[in-house]
Design a protein around this ligand. Structure first.
Ligand SMILES: *[C@@H]1O[C@H](CO)[C@@H](O)[C@H](O)[C@H]1NC(C)=O
Ligand SMILES: *[C@@H]1O[C@H](CO)[C@@H](O)[C@H](O)[C@H]1NC(C)=O
Ligand SMILES: *[C@@H]1O[C@H](CO)[C@@H](O)[C@H](O)[C@H]1NC(C)=O
Ligand SMILES: *[C@@H]1O[C@H](CO)[C@@H](O)[C@H](O)[C@H]1NC(C)=O
Ligand SMILES: *[C@@H]1O[C@H](CO)[C@@H](O)[C@H](O)[C@H]1NC(C)=O
Ligand SMILES: *[C@@H]1O[C@H](CO)[C@@H](O)[C@H](O)[C@H]1NC(C)=O
Ligand SMILES: *[C@@H]1O[C@H](CO)[C@@H](O)[C@H](O)[C@H]1NC(C)=O
Ligand SMILES: *[C@@H]1O[C@H](CO)[C@@H](O)[C@H](O)[C@H]1NC(C)=O
Ligand SMILES: *[C@@H]1O[C@H](CO)[C@@H](O)[C@H](O)[C@H]1NC(C)=O
Ligand SMILES: *[C@@H]1O[C@H](CO)[C@@H](O)[C@H](O)[C@H]1NC(C)=O
Ligand SMILES: *[C@@H]1O[C@H](CO)[C@@H](O)[C@H](O)[C@H]1NC(C)=O
Length: 800
């Protein structure tokens, strides 16, 4: 029986089906949706469509929707449209990246696979690939084009939306709407709106690197990995981010759903709008706007290029260059601006004295790459930017007195009356040569290098370090300038920025922590201190971690920080910034007021209640799920334990210290020495085997059992020797059917308790392959997936 359950878990089909929640959802939907065929409207294999000959489309039974060829540019594309007078509204396009085809093309519905597009020169392209045999297709009255096999739906256009969802359609987790190029060109455009795995619906400007700075609108909802956006038949837009359900918008049109259809479209300008279409009237075939997510087009990023800013008037955007910059192309202002003077290495040019001037622009804001935030007065802010050769401009907030310096290019600038920050733009007036340097200019490269290295040695380690820092800053700067140039050539390419975090100086952190006085705790990576940063409105309490034993060089360190900085999840402690000055490396995290999970579970006199504990366990699982599967680079934590799970003031659990294991690991063998938290480490650490995400699953399993029982994994102060090891005790209680012993008689939901215990026991299996993936762990904890009966966790009965 147990073996059978195991085989089920390991069966490739099982793993495949659960490898992606979308696939799962898709399967469920396919099974649930029963054929809504209308016999009069069935398309049989062998039917064809032609751009200029009859039939050129297949209509739905009401005649409101059609599927077929529609004109695009000088050719035709295949898609679905809402029939209108005088114009149709395209709501879906097949293979939108492909160029339009000529009027000689033919679309054939084949029983084997889907829709085959044949073009004049004999080319064939399967544009809708159903991947199985189908016996009919239909254009439904909802605007959904579906394929049937034996009366059940095997493919539907609702499952692969382009820029629109129609009334009755979902946008499921990890699906996105991508805008069209323009109202007449339905190729992939500049913006996308994605239903993220963390429950947040976010609009981004498309760029090479997914960066939170490219986001311009979000619902800021957080929920399970099975969230969805839904437009109902009455034009109401709903977001289900389990357990939260939020109405985002209502439509005012009321009427019979057979005469009104709603659609929600991410328009070519990046704004997400709901439209209603009334079939019985000719008021507006383009639809009546019911709602939009943004009122100012300048809030949509990317309308104006680099070094330019956006200002809107009456629904029209205008791009302006910052003073001292000129348009790259006067006729295509959205491409951005450039300065005809290059800094050309800045500090490296010792032979030149640069002359600057500043212009002040009120009500300005931009995103850019801010690298220094300090409190000072206005004059000092300008001065700081002038003396800093990497500074291209600064944003100053008069209310808080904070000055942020930015390097070029300045991106996503906007100017609007209600913006309270003021911008100082640095203007390069020119340069004059300095008095010739003392060394003879005849000394060339090799000699110079020798000279520099001798000087470096004699000046001691401090200046040597400064030199290294200067060189690396220069390299970073060069890298930026290069990506900037690349960008100028192609507006659609992305910003390959390295930093999204704030970089602090050591003295700033020294001051913030009052000389590293208030110690919050000691971890495997160093000591953590409480600090207070002066902020915009009120000061912010932070936790500053002084890293020890970090062997990594500055460059690698910054790369690692960039990876950590891109993580953003409700159940992860947010990294706010860092400081790297020579060998000193510090991290600045958000401060969480309720201490660690270890404290919460083991050190309080009255044990926390079951409901709260269960919620915390799920929080931790979601944090790990994000690290393993949902962030850009998969992060194996390697050191999850109750001491580095922190609780915020609403008792939400957040994982800390992730992404650091990599910095500390000179080789794998010594890590257990460094970390040394027996109990939570997967057995493969001791076996020196290679590590996978399953190591974190093991740690999670131990923590889950600790959360259930409110005791540590190893406890010698127990009445019975069998209870010393938590895992053995839990298994014995489970096998004996005495689960209530584990919670000390507390009133709990017994079915939930049993589920949690079983999941915990699966996670702590000695054999990593037996442990479930954390995605399945969350599904099982939430009760959305059955949990088989676990075997005894250890291969050989453990003896420590
Ligand atoms: C099928 O289509 C016909 C004509 O288009 C319509 O009159 C009928 O109501 C439809 N039947 C169903 C079940 O939708
Ligand atoms: C549509 O836009 C794409 C991308 O900008 C472009 O390559 C294509 O030529 C355009 N098509 C038409 C018909 O204008
Ligand atoms: C379509 O085919 C006809 C006959 O083969 C040819 O004369 C015509 O140029 C083709 N049209 C296009 C747009 O390729
Ligand atoms: C079609 O489905 C019905 C019931 O859903 C089933 O009895 C029948 O065997 C199926 N036919 C084929 C050819 O799969
Ligand atoms: C939308 O999702 C919900 C929940 O998963 C499902 O019940 C409903 O049938 C879906 N609607 C469509 C049209 O797929
Ligand atoms: C958006 O969806 C399309 C089609 O499913 C996919 O090709 C594209 O990669 C998605 N984009 C993002 C950013 O997820
Ligand atoms: C939409 O209408 C419902 C009730 O009709 C109301 O409760 C809700 O607040 C409205 N939502 C929005 C976003 O206006
Ligand atoms: C809508 O326009 C079409 C063609 O322009 C016309 O035939 C029809 O009568 C109009 N319908 C209404 C309700 O005005
Ligand atoms: C629909 O939109 C197109 C493109 O924006 C515009 O040219 C046309 O006049 C609009 N038609 C109506 C009836 O508003
Ligand atoms: C920059 O452009 C201005 C005006 O176009 C011109 O007078 C000036 O010489 C240019 N400077 C450089 C360094 O090219
Ligand atoms: C510097 O800018 C100010 C105001 O923008 C202007 O009045 C002044 O003439 C400029 N100075 C130089 C040397 O260009």
């Amino acid at each position: 029986m147990q073996k059978g359950s195991l085989l089920f878990l390991l069966h490739p089909n099982f793993l495949m089906a659960h490898a992606s929640p979308i696939l799962l959802l898709f399967l469920l939907l396919s099974l649930q949706v029963i054929a809504q065929e209308n016999e009069t409207n069935i398309i049989k294999p062998g039917s064809s469509l032609y751009p200029r000959k009859h039939p050129s489309s297949w209509a739905s039974s009401s005649g409101h929707f059609e599927f077929g060829f529609y004109p695009q540019g000088s050719g035709f594309s295949v898609g679905i449209w809402l029939v209108g007078q005088p114009e149709n509204t395209i709501v879906w396009t097949a293979n939108r990246g492909d160029p339009p085809v000529s009027s000689n093309a033919t679309l054939v519905f084949t029983g084997q696979g889907g829709l085959l597009l044949q073009t004049e020169n004999g080319k064939e392209n399967l544009i809708v690939d159903v991947r199985e045999s189908v016996d009919s297709a239909s254009m439904l009255d909802t605007g959904n084009f579906v394929f049937f096999q034996n009366r059940s739906v095997v493919w539907e256009s609702f499952d692969s939306p382009t820029d629109t969802i129609l009334g009755g359609q979902n946008l499921s987790t990890n699906y996105n709407l991508t805008s069209s190029v323009s109202r007449s060109n339905h190729s992939t455009g500049q913006y996308y709106l994605i239903m993220q795995g963390d429950g947040n619906l976010v609009a981004y400007v498309r760029s090479a690197a997914v960066d939170t700075r490219d986001a311009y609108w979000a619902t800021n909802t957080y929920g399970s990995s099975l969230s969805r956006l839904y437009l109902n038949e009455r034009g109401r837009l709903l977001l289900y981010a389990y357990p939260e359900e939020r109405g985002l918008a209502n439509s005012s049109q009321i009427g019979d759903k057979t005469v009104i259809t709603y659609r929600a479209t991410l328009d070519p300008d990046g704004v997400f709008r709901i439209y209603s279409h009334q079939f019985e009237s000719n008021i507006s075939s383009n639809g009546t706007k019911e709602w939009q997510n943004l009122n100012d087009l300048c809030d949509v990023k990317g309308n104006c290029g680099l070094n330019s800013y956006c200002s809107s008037r009456n629904n029209d955007v205008e791009c302006y260059c910052y003073p001292g910059f000129t348009f790259i192309n006067e006729n295509r202002k959205f491409l951005g601006c450039s300065q005809n003077f290059t800094l050309d290495g800045c500090e490296a040019r010792k032979d030149l004295v640069m002359h600057y001037n500043f212009t002040t622009l009120e009500n300005m804001d931009w995103v850019g790459s801010g690298y220094s935030l300090m409190n000072m007065n206005e004059e000092d802010c300008k001065k700081a930017c002038e003396e800093d050769c990497y500074c291209g401009g600064a944003l100053y907030s008069r209310s808080s007195g904070s000055c942020t310096r930015y390097s070029l290019p300045l991106i996503y600038g906007k100017r609007r009356g209600d913006i309270s920050t003021t911008a100082f733009i640095k203007l390069i007036l020119g340069s004059t040569p300095t008095i010739p340097p003392p060394q003879s200019p005849t000394l060339i490269d090799e000699g110079n290098q020798r000279l520099i290295s001798t000087m470096g040695l004699s000046l001691g380690s401090v200046s040597c370090l400064c030199f290294v820092i200067a060189i690396s800053s220069f390299l970073i700067y060069r890298h930026r300038m290069q990506s900037y140039r690349k960008l100028l050539e192609n507006k659609n390419s992305g910003f390959t920025e390295q930093f999204t975090l704030r970089s602090f100086s050591f003295s700033e952190l020294d001051k913030a922590t009052d000389g590293f006085k208030d110690e919050l705790g000691r971890g495997s990576f160093g000591v953590v201190y409480k600090g207070i940063l002066p902020g915009d409105k009120d000061s912010k309490t932070v936790a500053v971690k002084k890293l020890e034993k970090v062997k990594e060089g500055e460059r690698e360190f910054r790369t690692e920080m960039a990876v950590i900085g891109r993580t953003n999840h409700r159940n992860l402690v947010r990294l706010l910034g860092f400081c790297v000055e020579g060998s000193r490396k510090l991290l600045v995290y958000e401060y969480l007021s309720n201490g660690s999970l270890a404290n919460f579970l083991f050190n309080t006199s009255e044990s926390p209640n079951w409901k709260e504990r269960a919620r915390i366990a799920l929080d931790v699982a979601k944090g790990i799920l994000y690290l393993h599967e949902e962030c850009e680079v998969c992060i194996i934590h390697c050191n999850i334990k109750p001491q580095n799970i922190l609780l915020d003031d609403s008792m939400t659990a957040k994982i800390s210290d992730f992404g650091l294991a990599k910095l500390l690991r000179p080789n794998q063998t010594s890590i257990s020495g460094i970390i040394g938290t027996a109990g939570h480490l997967a057995p493969e650490w001791q076996r020196n085997a290679s590590l996978s995400v399953k190591a974190d699953v093991y740690s999670f399993g131990v923590i889950l059992l600790e959360i259930i029982c409110c005791r540590s994994s190893i406890d010698v102060e127990v009445s019975n020797a069998d209870e010393i090891l938590l895992s053995t005790w839990v298994y014995n209680c489970f096998a004996a059917g005495e689960l209530n012993q584990l919670v000390g008689g507390e009133e709990v939901d017994l079915r939930m308790l049993e589920r949690f215990v079983k999941v915990g026991l699966w996670c702590i299996q000695d054999d990593p392959t037996l442990r479930p993936l954390v995605k399945n762990v969350t599904l099982m904890l939430e009760g959305k997936m059955d949990v088989p009966v676990p075997p005894f966790p250890s291969l050989s009965h453990v003896t420590y």
